[in-house]
Design a protein around this ligand. Structure first.
Ligand code: AOF
Ligand code: ZN
Length: 367
């Protein structure tokens, strides 16, 4: 059967359903399954599933359980190739075969070497018609964290910058200045909720004393791990980040000596210290991103400041850029944005552009 416009609409719906648990499925990607069959001559969704919080069960068995006998002869829409491995749950490809579905429409192929291509092979060997790659790039955008971790062995990096109308990101003396408004702030908190890690430099952590939590009503329990790059372990024990370390995880990446007494002091307050290499006084970022991936976390949201942003850009470790441009200028001695709407590196393509009230949001992805 050829892939139809209706197939693409169901896949788009499955991709939206998968977002429901984005950032909440641990090291597993959040994927979704829809089971669709004809009833009285019309297509009807008879089962839906999204990877459970924590990562298991997978999407497919949940959708099949809801469909029950109606799965026989139906079409399954899956945003990721169904797994073929005996992991902590039985293979989803086999569950689809056992359910009697006639056709599987899939978006992204799973790069997990236990699965890649094998999920489809199991289905085809059982006589199921398989259409791969439907809305593959749309699904891959939401799965970017998982795909980057699997394929590059490092975490996926989103760089966010709030930039004044005249291309500045703050005052040189570090005094606080509002650049964007309420809508942009809420959008940033929503982006935090979908990330595994928020990252800032020690300078920003010390100067701004931020909390870096998601404080949107109803999403307070969705704060990701907070990570501070702190080569010399300057982070004060008396800071909001450290004070809340027992409630929301706080990791500090440092090159401080193993016997540095501040390590024990911070650890006793609930901070997790990540031993890193440093070059020229800066934490080695590629190794840190590998370390984060090895810990099962896939997405890093870089929130400041200018030096950290520049370091990620210089090392070509940025996968997505989100620029929030305000309408006011920052006058006087101010810090230049390492990148603005007009100086985004050529390797990136624009993927979204919209207004957040008086502010402008531009999103770019590595092409
Ligand atoms: C699916 N459906 O909903 C998801 C899949 O540790 P395990 O056994 O849970 O396996 C993790 C792998 O399962 C993960 O690396 C990815 O390949 C796949 N994720 N597969 O069939 C799902 N979340
Ligand atoms: Zn599975």
């Amino acid at each position: 059967m050829a892939v139809s416009a209706l197939d693409r609409r169901y896949m788009a719906a499955a991709i939206r359903l998968a977002r429901w648990h984005e950032g909440r499925t641990g090291s597993n990607p959040s994927v979704a399954t829809l089971i669709v069959r004809e009833i009285d001559g019309k297509p009807v969704i008879v089962g839906r599933g999204v990877t459970a919080i924590g990562g298991r069960p997978h999407a497919e068995p949940q959708a099949l359980a809801e469909a029950g006998d109606l799965a026989r002869g139906a079409t399954a829409y899956v945003t990721l190739e169904p797994c073929a491995h005996h992991g902590r749950t039985p293979p989803c490809a086999e569950a689809l075969v056992a359910s009697g579905v006639a056709r599987v429409v899939a978006a992204a192929t799973d790069p997990d070497e236990r699965v890649s291509g094998r999920g489809y092979a199991v289905l085809r060997a059982a006589g199921i018609e398989v259409d791969e790659g439907v809305l593959a790039s749309e699904a891959a955008r939401d799965l970017a964290g998982y795909l980057t971790r699997r394929m590059k062995n490092r975490a996926h990096v989103t760089l966010k910058l709030a930039i004044s109308n005249n291309g500045k990101i703050g005052r040189r003396d570090g005094s606080q200045v509002a650049i964007t408004g309420e809508i942009a702030r809420n959008q940033v908190h929503a982006l935090r909720a979908r990330s595994d890690v928020i990252l800032i430099g020690a300078g920003t952590a010390i100067n701004d004393d931020p909390e870096l939590t998601c404080r949107l009503p109803g999403l307070e329990d969705r704060s990701p791990v907070r990570l501070v790059l702190d080569t010399y372990l300057r982070m004060p024990a008396r800071s909001k980040l450290v004070a809340t370390a027992r409630d929301v995880p706080l990791w500090i990446a440092t090159a401080a000596a193993p016997d540095d007494p501040r390590r024990a002091e911070l650890a006793a307050l609930g901070v997790e210290l990540i031993a890193c290499d440093a070059h020229d006084g800066r934490i080695a970022l590629p190794e840190l991103l590998e370390d984060i991936a090895a810990r099962g976390l896939s997405t890093v949201f870089v929130e400041g400041g200018a030096e950290v942003a520049q370091a990620f850009l210089t090392e070509d470790l940025v996968d997505r850029i989100i620029l929030l441009t305000g309408e006011a200028d920052i006058d006087g001695e101010a810090v230049n944005a390492p990148v603005t709407r007009t100086t985004v590196p050529e390797a990136f393509r624009p993927v979204a552009s919209m207004r957040y009230g008086a502010d402008q949001m531009d999103e770019f992805e590595r092409a």
